[in-house]
Ligand binder design. Structure first.
Ligand SMILES: [Zn+2]
Length: 279
C-alpha cells in the first residue's frame, strides 16, 4: 500500500459530505488537504472578520469528522478566496474591505499557531477587476505570505492563469515577505513543471490524464489535486473525489515507477507543509 494524497479538496456537508472522503478512501486515497470553502457556501454573508472565524471553525469540524469517521487523514487549510474581497468591496470601501480580510487571515494564522490548521490560502482574482482591487488583492496576498513566514507555514495560492512571468513575480513577493518560494503552493496549476522548478514555487496540478502526461515528462516535482468542490449545484465543474487515486493507479499500471508517486504523495507534501504522511 502506498500513500495517495489529494492536495486540494473541499467537503461540504450539504454535498456528499463525509461520503466524498469514503469514496476517496475506497479508491485507494489516504490523505486529503481540505481547503475551506467561501463564506457564501456556508450561507454566511461576511460583515466582520469573525464571520471568517465561523467558516474556519466549521472547516476544522469537517476535518475532524473525516479523521474520526474514515481511515483518511485530513489536514485543514484555512483561507480566504479572492472573491471575498470583490464581495466585501460592494458593502464597504475597498480599504475597509481589505482590512476585514487582513484580520481574517490573522484569524486563520491563529488556528495554525494553535495547531488546528496546517497552512493558509490566499491569492488574487482570476477574473477582471479594477486596478484598485488588483492592487489591494496583491497587498492581501503579500500580507498572507508575511503572516505565514512568521509561523513558518505554507501558503496555497489561488491566482490568475499561470505564466512564467507571473510565477517570477509571485516568487519575488514571497521572498520580500520572508517566505521561501518552496512554501508557496500554486493550486490549480497547469503542468508547467520546469517553469515552477526554476522559481521554487510548488505546483499542485489538476489530476487529469493529459496534465499528468505532460507533468511526468518534465519530472516529479509536483503534487496532485482534484479541487473537488462537493456542490450538487455545480456537478462536474471539477474532478470527482476518486480521481487522484484512480489516476495514480492508472499511471503505475502504465509503467510509471512507484517511486515517482511516493515523491508526489508523501515526500513533497511532507516537506512543503511540514506534516507526516504515514500509512
Ligand atoms: Zn478549491
Amino acid at each position: 500500500m502506498m500513500p495517495i494524497t489529494d492536495d486540494h479538496m473541499h467537503i461540504d456537508l450539504k454535498g456528499l459530505g463525509i461520503t466524498a472522503a469514503e469514496q476517496f478512501q475506497r479508491a485507494g486515497g489516504t490523505h486529503i488537504f481540505l481547503v475551506s470553502k467561501t463564506a457564501q457556501s456556508f450561507g454566511i454573508e461576511v460583515t466582520s472578520p469573525d464571520d471568517f472565524k465561523s467558516v474556519f471553525e466549521q472547516t476544522i469540524r469537517i476535518v475532524e469528522m473525516v479523521n474520526e469517521q474514515t481511515e483518511v487523514t485530513a489536514f485543514p487549510i484555512l483561507g480566504i478566496h479572492p472573491v471575498e474581497l470583490t464581495r466585501l468591496a460592494k458593502r464597504f470601501e475597498l480599504d475597509k474591505a481589505k482590512q476585514v480580510i487582513y484580520r481574517g487571515l490573522e484569524i486563520a494564522i491563529d488556528f495554525v499557531k494553535e495547531g488546528h490548521a496546517i497552512a493558509i490560502k490566499t491569492g488574487r482574482p482570476h477574473y477582471e477587476v479594477s486596478d484598485a482591487e488588483w492592487y489591494a488583492s496583491n497587498e492581501i496576498m503579500s500580507y498572507g505570505m508575511k503572516l505565514a513566514s512568521e509561523v513558518g507555514c505554507a501558503v496555497q495560492l489561488h491566482t490568475e492563469s499561470t505564466t512564467p512571468e507571473g510565477l517570477t513575480e509571485i516568487a519575488k513577493m514571497a521572498s520580500n515577505a520572508g517566505l521561501t518560494p518552496d512554501k508557496i503552493v500554486k493550486h490549480y496549476s497547469p503542468p508547467m513543471i520546469s517553469a515552477y522548478q526554476s522559481t521554487g514555487i510548488f505546483p499542485s496540478i489538476l489530476a487529469s490524464e493529459d496534465a499528468l502526461n505532460v507533468a511526468l515528462s518534465q519530472g516529479d516535482r509536483f503534487m496532485m489535486e482534484t479541487d473537488y468542490i462537493d456542490d450538487f449545484d455545480r456537478p462536474g465543474v471539477v474532478l470527482g473525489p476518486k480521481t487522484v487515486p484512480r489516476r495514480t493507479k492508472q499511471f503505475i499500471k502504465k509503467g510509471i515507477d512507484e517511486d515517482v508517486f511516493w515523491a508526489i504523495h508523501k515526500d513533497h507534501p511532507e516537506k512543503v507543509y511540514g506534516v507526516m504522511i504515514d500509512i
